[in-house]
Structure formats: structure tokens, C-alpha cells
Design a protein around this ligand. Sequence first.
Ligand code: UD1
Ligand code: CA
Length: 449
Amino acid sequence: MQVCVIVLAAGMGTRMNSDLPKVLHPLAGVPMLHHALSAARSLEPARVVVVTGHEAEAVAKATHAFDEAYETVLQDPQLGTAHAVAQAAPLLAQAEGEAIVLYGDTPFVRPETLTAMLEARATHAVVVLGFEAADPGRYGRLIVQGDQLAQIMEYKDATDAQRAITLCNSGVVCAQSRTLFDLVAKVGNANAAGEYYLTDIIALARAQGLSVGYVTCPEAETLGINTRHQLAAAETAFQTRARFDALENGVTLTAPDTVYFALDTWVGRDATIGPHVVFGPAVTVESGAEVKGFCHLEGCHISRGAKVGPFARLRPGAELAEDVHVGNFVEIKNSVLDEGVKVGHLTYLGDAHVGEFTNIGAGTVTCNYDGVMKHHTEIGKGVFIGSATMLVAPVRVGDGAMTGSGSVITHDIPAGALALGRTAQVNKPGLAVRLFERLKAIKAAKGKI
Ligand code: UD1
Ligand code: CA
């Protein structure tokens, strides 16, 4: 079955009190919009169209960052949800099959719920997603007659009796794309808000003799974000769920409430995650790996048997092969560490490749930036980098080489060579004793003043 998804994201989001468009506020490490796009992607859609308006360029950029193939269309001015859907009509005029409308500010709709809506299309021309609201507030109300949805009444236009209904409209709707666009084109704006309401397609469909049904889901799925309070609550809800899922999937979390996941975090079975670990986007941790406490991870891959932290920072492009050990106060960016590499303490590796079983001493720095450009450091297999070595890139260290502690390495080192890049040591017999005496005398003299 071919499916197109239309994601409404033109709104201003006034109540966020922000210069950043609402749908771009981060939720679980990614822009809020990516959650809806990710639900869309789960349907393997033929086309995805995001309707933009407020800060359209930034929203389009975030859309393409998620998937280059997803399209955007501008809605200007924004005259309501039906008007927003209508903007996608020219793009999808030739599209066959189903159309589903999602919302950029409604992040938690589950793929299973969308599948249930598509299945309900076998019996109804239009299917709406509803939910039982604990506090129905200003949601649109579903007016039901038997298994048919007769109408959706917007709060502003509803009577007191209608406002007493607790079955509410999530906004998500599914129909054959041709049916959806035909209906939307007929919507008028004679209502309390003077807007073109998408919800009006229900009564229009019924008037044409079409069957309209509804599917319900838990209220948590339809949570819409309008304020920073709701954003914070959504973050908590996401993290609670992600921690639960990780534990269910066989991941050990020693202090689950302190671990923060991103939308796309992937952690394998029997991996162990310590306390206060924060996952940014695009992190994968293989089975059996261990991430100790207080690590920040982003855009990196940790292989089976690897141990990371405590207090390590892995940035985009950090690739750790099997059995790599990365210890405390180590930062790694855009670097590949082959099997069995050890980087124990206080080190920065950026734009580097480290060959298997190499040991990087404490305080080593790849000096990868010359103030204008970034340069690569190539370190071979079985190398021993002495503590506090500065590797001034671009530079290559051959297989099995060594560097003396405190060396500043500015030239390539051949395989098997020992490189010493520091001044030779000089010992002055007895000088320390004399120096101590002189300093103590100076201090004592000062004390008398
Ligand atoms: C809408 C529904 C309401 C439902 C509620 C669920 C309508 C008329 N009402 O109300 O029944 O209970 O959602 O949250 O559909 N948008 C655009 N362009 C526009 C207007 C809106 O893209 O011209 C986008 C907004 O950015 C937002 C979404 O559509 O993401 C919903 O719009 P909003 O104005 O918040 O609708 P509600 O009043 O919440
Ligand atoms: Ca809303």
C-alpha cells in the first residue's frame, strides 16, 4: 500500500516564548519535528511533505537534515489546518494511495497506531485518531454515532453539552489522498476563529455519504507541545519510556533515572550503562560494551567488549573497535581506534586513526588544528605513545614506534623507531638543597616586616 505523509509545521508556537520555531526545540537530543518524521518513516512512505510557514527556511533545513528526500511546501499566510493540508495538494496531485496528516508538535504518535488507522481504512473512507482526555481543555470533541464519527466540534464553537464530551481529536487523520484533498478544498472559514478547520472534513464527508471512523490511542501518544512546560514534560515522558525499553531489551542501567537517551540511540543486549551518561544523537553501543558513569556521547560507535569512561567524551566520528579502552577525561572526535587500543587518561584525539593494540599515554594531544585548517594524525599498530606527547598534525607514526614522554612530534616517525622531541635533561648536584635554603630565608625575612 502506498502512503504519503503530510506533516503540519507552519505554526508560530507563540506560547514557547522563543525566537526558535517551536518544532525545532530539542526533544531527546533532536529537533521536535524529527519525532513526527520518524513516525512517518516507519510507514515506509512514498512521499513525505512538511508544511512550513513560520521560520520556513530553518524548518526546511531540519527536514532535509532528517531525510534529503522529504519535501517541504510553504504555507503563507497560515489560515488554518485545512488550508495547511491544501498546500500539499499540488505536490501530491498525482499520488495514489493513502494520505496521513501528522503534526510537527505532536511527537509521540506510535507507528502501531498509524498502522491501526490504515487498517481501519478498509471499513471507513476517513479515519480520525481520537483519545480519551483526562482534562479535555480546548481540544476538538469527537461527536460519535454508533461506529461512525458524525462531526468534530472545535472547542471555540462547541455547546456546553458538547464540551462535556471527553473523547477528543488528536488531529491525526487518514484517507485516500484524493478523498482528503477533495474534502479539504470544500472547507470554508465560517467559524469562531475565521480559520479553515481540517476537522470540518468530517461533516463534509458524512454529507457526501462517506463512512467516517475513528481509532483511539492512549492520551500520552497525542501529547501536543505548546509551552516549555509541556516540552519539559515531554522530555521526561520520553526518557521514562526509553529507560524502560532499554531495560526490557537487556541493557543494564545501574541508575536508570540518571541516563538520558536520544531519539535514535541504539544500545545492544548485555551492554552496561553507568550513572549520569548522556546520549546525544546518532550513538550506537554494541552488545557487551560498557559505558561507565558521566560520559557524554554523540555521533559515535562503541563496539563489543569496549570500555568507555568514567568521564569520557566521544564526539561525532569517534569509532571504537572491539576491546578498545577509553578512560577518564579523554575526548575523541572524528577518529577511528582499531581493536584493543588503550587511551587511559587525559587525552585528546581528533582527526586521527590509531592502529590495533596501540597504547596512548596520559596527557597525549593530537594538535589537529593550525588555527585555520584541521589535519590528520596517523598512528600505526602496536605503537607506544609516551605520556604528554604532542602530535603536531599532519604527522604519521609508524607501526611499533615509541615516543618519549613529553615529546613534541613534528616529523613523521618511521616504523620501529623511538622518537624523542624534547630537550635533554641536566642534573645540577646539590643545587636543590641550596635553592630551598635561599627561598626559606627570603620567606622568613618577609615574615619579620
Ligand atoms: C487542532 C484541531 C483540534 C485538535 C487539536 C489537537 C483543528 C481545527 N483543530 O487544534 O480539533 O483537538 O489540534 O492538538 O484542526 N498549523 C499549520 N498551519 C495553520 C494552522 C496550524 O501548519 O494554518 C499547524 C500548527 O503548527 C500545529 C497544528 O497545525 O502544529 C495544529 O494547529 P493548532 O492551531 O495548534 O490547532 P489546535 O487549535 O490545537
Ligand atoms: Ca495545538
